[in-house]
Design a protein around this ligand. Structure first.
Ligand code: SF4
Length: 346
């Protein structure tokens, strides 16, 4: 099988026969990352012999789009097939000011088993290689280039698609390093969000590498017993440990942390739940309320009036709170809805 050329950095590109000068390596990088050309034959500023050599020996993107769903709100979800026949989904999000965010998967499936998330039902199929992560970003960047409504092409990336990013630490951090490089994507760390279920052992290392990155931790409840019921990871890392590690990171990097709080009817929205949350009522944290997207017979989304009342009570207590509004709900592109079984009706 041909290797993806995305796995080669500038130095390694120079080892390719016919890439005889540094400017040739730069030309390849520019064609792929800046001009979003994904077939070597179209890189007409390079000699034909080199284009032919690259076509024979390398691929560029190593994911294949097989399904595209467009929401009435402008969100687009893509299902990609990987070379090993696994699947991932990625989402192209546009806000009301036409600013673009890519929601990227880091694993096919996930082994964390959070009960409010469809991806968790899949179990882990595989960790994505960093080239498969970059391929999703490049593909969505090309969609953005073709989108006439986009005025600002500086996009944001949220690693909130399928998978627990910190469970695939090496590939995720490798892809972030490439995102940062000037000749590649040139994306600032502060435009990248890592969303984790709380793999605390990896968080200090993440900040050491990327001190300005945005971190979002799925807290869901600040009650230890309840968290254990709904998130298996809670048995490994307690609420107190989450607080201790996050507050230390905040003190060191002064980078505010988002706590994701999925609102589940009758589970985490009482006055006692607000009392449990008090430990996080601190300028280090920002609470993001996410009304449950994935209803089933066990857990339900709360009514609108319950959501508003809960938010109001938190604000009255002095919490910094925002609410995440639904995006792409009609195409199951919202948080916690990505699921390989979407291939069923292909
Ligand atoms: S919420 Fe995230 S970590 Fe939990 S099962 Fe879903 S994808 Fe995995």
């Amino acid at each position: 099988m041909r290797e993806s050329i995305l796995s080669l950095d500038e130095k390694k590109l120079l080892n390719i026969p016919l890439v005889d000068k540094p400017f040739r390596a730069k030309q390849i990088i520019k064609s792929i990352y800046k001009n979003r050309i994904f077939d070597f034959a179209s890189m007409t500023d390079m000699p034909k012999s080199l284009r032919e050599y690259l076509t024979t020996n390398f691929t560029i993107l190593n994911i294949k789009p097989i399904k595209k769903l467009e929401s009435t709100d402008g969100t687009i979800k893509f299902l990609f097939k990987l070379t090993d026949d696994n699947y991932v989904e990625s989402v192209y999000l546009k806000d009301k000011n036409n600013r673009i965010t890519f929601c990227i998967s880091t694993q096919s499936g996930c082994r964390m088993g959070c009960k409010f998330c469809k991806t968790g039902e899949m179990g882990l199929k595989k960790n994505l290689d960093f080239t498969e992560i970059l391929s999703q970003i490049l593909y969505l960047a090309q969609i953005m280039d073709e989108d006439q409504t986009v005025v600002d092409t500086a996009f944001n990336i949220v690693f909130m698609g399928m998978g627990e990013p910190l469970d695939n630490f090496e590939n995720v951090t490798k892809s972030i390093k490439i995102l940062n490089l000037k000749d590649f994507f040139d994306i600032k760390e502060s435009r990248i969000t890592i969303s984790t279920s709380g793999l605390l052992d990896k968080i200090p290392l993440l900040y050491e590498n990327f001190p300005s990155i945005k971190l979002a931790v799925s807290l869901i409840t600040a009650n230890q017993k309840k968290r254990e019921e709904i998130m298996p990871i809670a048995k490994k890392f307690t609420i107190q440990q989450i607080f201790d590690i996050l507050i230390k990171c905040y003190q060191k990097y002064q980078n505010r942390i988002t706590l994701e709080y999925v609102l589940i009817k009758g589970f985490n929205m009482s006055d006692d739940d607000i009392k449990d949350l008090e430990i996080f009522n601190n300028k280090a944290f920002h609470l993001n309320l996410i009304p449950l997207n994935h209803n089933d017979n066990k857990i339900q989304r709360p009514e609108e009036k319950e959501i508003k009342l809960f938010q109001q009570k938190l604000e009255n207590k002095g919490f910094t709170v925002t609410r995440r509004y639904r995006r792409g709900d009609d195409i199951k592109a919202d948080c916690g809805q990505l699921y390989w079984d979407n291939t069923k009706d292909l």
